[in-house]
Design a protein around this ligand. Structure first.
Ligand code: NAD
Length: 363
């Protein structure tokens, strides 16, 4: 199969669909890969690196789209890219169609087969192509929080791990899923005093087994949440209710009552956020202050570490890319458990019930 990798064009997107190492694997499977010039600059991969891996470099996205049978990307295709899609194209990327009627209409009109990373499941119903970005965001949340706690950034001037003779800062993680577990790992690694709240006892059980006495686990209810948040120096919001907006667990009143200079990192901001005072921010201007509490609410946290994020994403996507190229989409979707839910648009038909219902397509 002829696989195409265009340069990402969404604002401040530095990731790329395939790394040179992934290209080498695809080529080793007997396929041809075309890459748009400079597609990898954001992750430190040059055209020469891609050529050494066996790809051909093309000067424009238009030429990549014209030549390729399968397009591998990171972000949803932008309007100009959607115009280049043909009925014989296979598109494999993040799509997030539910809130995006224009994109959905264009993908339907294109006649292409469009598979979305975010709806692929595994045998346990988890989301294996979303998990790497949650891992990145969870780990980054502690770096961001520790930086915001510094005096010059509006924080209380507290070092997360303290030093011998001075107690460490208290980190509270709300939601102990993928983001939460990775935040906990980093916070413990930095020597912070860490507590996690979750409303799922199995999650608390697993975290307790993993981190032992270095982590305090607390069943989440209103009273417990209030007590922990008011005592915290750093609160990481990492809850997810599948298919729904994040619940506003920390209220305006809680924020007012928190210690001055404490920090909240709302990782769940991409689902609306779990702090009542949260509003989405950008990497250019990541924080703002409400009632002396520093808020970090960047909606695309993995973009800050595009290189790590791209390699982590490729580790998860490559087996699917290879299966699509080797067998074609029909056999790949049929044979890999959980791959079929990834199919979002099939030759002019929306194939995800929620998207079809939300946007008024027949399903
Ligand atoms: P996950 O499903 O693995 O974990 C969510 C956890 O929240 C679960 O353990 C669940 O039991 C818990 N939870 C749900 N409601 C709760 C409540 N009321 N109180 C306490 N715990 C509760 O999800 P995840 O992959 O860890 O993602 C967490 C959030 O981070 C999601 O909103 C996701 O969209 C977001 N995210 C954001 C970024 C970013 O760049 N900002 C990147 C990746 C993920």
């Amino acid at each position: 199969m002829l696989v195409g990798v265009p340069k990402e064009i969404k604002n401040h997107e530095y990731r790329v669909g395939l790394t040179p190492d992934s290209v080498r694997e695809v080529v080793a499977h007997g396929h041809e890969v075309v890459v748009e010039t400079n597609a990898g600059v954001g992750i430190g991969a040059s055209d020469a690196d891609y050529e050494a891996a066996g790809a051909s470099i093309l000067p424009t996205a238009a030429e990549v789209f014209a030549k390729a049978e399968m397009i591998v990307k990171v972000k949803e295709p932008q309007a100009v890219e959607r115009k280049m899609l043909r009925p014989d194209h296979l598109l494999f990327t993040y799509l997030h169609l539910a809130p995006d009627p224009e994109q959905t209409a264009d993908l339907v009109a294109s006649g292409a087969v469009c598979i979305a990373y975010e709806t692929v499941t595994d045998q346990k119903g988890r989301l294996p192509l979303l998990a790497p970005m949650s891992q990145v965001a969870g780990r980054l949340s502690i770096q961001a929080g520790a930086t915001a706690l510094q005096k010059a950034n509006g924080g209380a001037g507290v070092l997360l791990g303290g030093v011998p003779g001075v107690a460490p800062a208290k980190t509270v993680v709300i939601g102990g899923g993928v983001v939460g577990a990775h935040a906990i790992e980093m916070a413990i690694g930095l020597g912070s005093d860490v507590t996690v709240l979750d409303r799922n006892v199995d999650v608390l059980d697993a975290l307790s087994a993993r981190f032992g006495s270095r982590l305090k686990t607390v069943f989440s209810n209103r009273a417990a949440l209030e007590k922990e948040v008011l005592a915290a120096d750093l609160v990481v919001g990492a809850v997810l209710v599948a298919g729904a907006a994040a619940p506003k667990l920390v209220t305006k009143e809680h924020i007012k009552a928190m210690k001055p200079g404490s920090v909240v990192v709302d990782v769940a901001i991409d689902q609306g956020g779990c702090f009542e005072t949260s509003r989405a921010t950008t990497h250019q201007d990541p924080t703002y202050i409400v009632d002396e509490v520093v808020h970090y609410c960047v909606a695309n946290m993995p973009g800050a570490v595009a290189r790590t994020s791209t390699y982590a994403l490729n580790n998860a996507t490559l087996p699917y890319v290879l299966a699509l190229a080797d067998k074609g989409y029909a056999a790949a979707l049929r044979d890999i458990p959980g791959f079929m839910p990834g199919l979002n648009v099939y030759k002019g038909q929306v194939t995800v019930a929620e998207v079809a219902e939300n946007l008024g397509y027949t399903y």
